[in-house]
Design a protein around this ligand. Structure first.
Ligand SMILES: [Ca+2]
Ligand SMILES: [Ca+2]
Length: 314
């Protein structure tokens, strides 16, 4: 039964106001090119008695103590239907603040709720909205999306295999340092920031991850198997070179997929604030702006840094 008298233009949202979902109901669309109807798409079918909701619910197997957070989609098995990669978050800490966090967990689901895999990034990746920018994209063009993110010692892939040293612990402890930056500062019982006579502030290193190897891993989208791991670029180096000594700036990441040569997809990674060096592993491509350093997969951080780009943080 055709539901719309005229082709839908200007939007892809259509409400079937007269739908009768008491029986099994299937929907499909036909593209119209130059006034000619083309072959129908694969149908999407509602079971008999399906509730008339403007969304689909996917049953999740959320780990205890965690809640579903960011989601990205990609077709990991090449069947034409998206799968859902869910960032499961437990206790987090903004990079400005000290505190031991939960281990970031990712899960991949099919639309029917089938759990394809679980990846645990481990204790050496902090849980925060800034730390893990994950990309889901078909990087090698085989029709199946990969999953890519920053990893560390102790990351467990979707097959149970550990990346790096499973016993390594790079999480900071209770030592304190001083910085001129106000963020992350210790406060007294009244909530006032404690300022030292020389104008510096004290900050806690508890939970901060400012040492240890940093990796970037490409995972197979269907299985979560680690396909390739390389050193993360740009590396942390000395934390203070990012504008503070405790990771408030260096641990705020960005990532995207870009066609830097106009033909092949590349992963672009960056840490942001004060400096924004970016690199695209495997392509040799480099991006930079007047206020940012830049690096390539084969070189270290630039020797000179433009501090004029420093962004004030209240
Ligand atoms: Ca699929
Ligand atoms: Ca692929």
């Amino acid at each position: 039964m055709k539901l719309n008298a005229e082709p839908l233009t200007g939007a892809t949202c259509f409400v079937d106001a007269n739908a009768d979902l008491t029986g099994k109901t299937s929907y499909f669309v036909r593209p119209v090119l130059n006034g000619v109807e083309q072959a129908p798409s694969a149908a999407f079918t509602f079971a008999a008695g399906a509730p008339p909701l403007p969304y689909l619910s996917i049953p999740l197997k959320t780990p205890e103590g965690y809640t579903p957070n960011d989601v990205s989609v990609g077709d990991v098995d090449g069947d034409g239907e998206y799968e859902y990669i869910v960032h499961m978050t437990g206790r987090g800490a903004d990079p400005a603040m000290a505190g031991v966090t939960s281990e970031p967990i990712f899960q991949a689901y099919k639309l029917d709720g089938t759990l394809l895999w679980t990846i645990n990034l481990g204790k050496n990746i902090a849980e925060s909205a800034h730390a893990t920018q994950f990309m889901v994209y078909d990087l090698d063009g085989d029709g199946k999306a990969e999953f890519v993110c920053k990893t560390a010692d102790g990351t467990i892939d979707g097959t149970g295999k550990v990346i790096g040293d499973p016993k390594a612990d790079w999480v900071g402890e209770g030592r304190h340092g001083t910085a001129r930056d106000r963020t992350g500062s210790e406060r007294d019982a009244d909530g006032n920031m404690i300022t030292n006579p020389d104008g510096t502030h004290n900050f806690s290193k508890v939970g901060r991850i400012l040492s240890g190897p940093e990796y970037l891993t490409v995972f197979e989208g269907l299985t979560g198997k680690a396909l390739a791991t390389t050193n993360y670029n740009p590396p942390l180096g000395k934390p203070e070179l990012w504008g503070d000594a405790y990771g408030n700036r260096s641990e705020r990441y960005l990532a995207c997929v870009a066609y830097l040569d106009g033909q092949r997809p590349a992963l672009s990674c960056a840490a942001v604030i004060t400096r924004a060096p970016r690199c695209a592993p495997g392509t040799g491509a480099t991006a930079s702006s007047p206020n940012a350093g830049s690096s390539t997969p084969t070189t270290a951080r630039p020797a000179t840094r433009n501090t004029a780009a420093r962004a004030p943080i209240a």
